[in-house]
Design a binder for this molecule. Sequence first.
Ligand code: BTN
Length: 267
Amino acid sequence: MKQQSPTRRDGSVKHAPHLGGIIIRFDSVSSTNDVAKKLAEQGTPEGTIVLAATQKHGRGRGNKTWFSPVGGLWFSLVLRPEVTMSTISLLPLAAGVAVATTIRRLFRIRAMLKWPNDVTINERKVAGVLAETTTEGSNCHAIMGFGINVNNSVGSMTVELASEATSILDELKSNVNVDWLMREILNDFSAIYAKILACDSSHVIAEWKRLSDMLKMSIIVQEEKISYRAEVVDLDSDGALVIQAQDGTIRRLLSGDVSVREIRSRT
Ligand code: BTN
């Protein structure tokens, strides 16, 4: 079937934006997200990429350090989305969907999603996304930081990290061209992003659900210093995870506030 271009509310057609028109490369950088943020503030166009072979202070979600040795794919993408805040909240999910889709398509590996945007293979994390949005008046930019373990074997990580991580090299037993992989991820992301810009949130939500086995799963929610058990009920249209706590209350988790850990899947 011929793929249709996403349509805006007014009926006009929004084409998938070209991403990666400008690529700024570094051998080593503090954090590609920090460099991309500065460039965005200076007016760099949407689609600009900051790519580094290694990061000295790579950052992960929840103020964690992101180990970024040579061999991985570490890049940040500058976006200037003209959509509502609830739609912007879909961008991190969209990035995870794009990475999982690309890995499945190129390598025939069953990559899965863990809320909000961790990409896993056999329950080990292969990629994560750090999305940072700044809004000043009507001006908004989002920095999407992609971290993908590609040609860096988990053997180079600490025992603690290695026990929960994997890389494309560890799965495929062969090296992959990281520039090619980045282009493929950008293509997949661009198609999903176009739908978000056209106010079609249903596509990314449906794709996320298709690529995740978290729905109906028992989880442990870590909220600041409190942790509690809950069951995943749904993914809301703005990307919030809907859960039912053990006392029966239904809650909506917003990414950034919490982390979740799976316990077991319910049959
Ligand atoms: C996570 O915690 O899962 C998100 C990790 C995101 C890491 C990437 S690597 C490129 C970009 N620059 C950073 O400092 N972080 C992101």
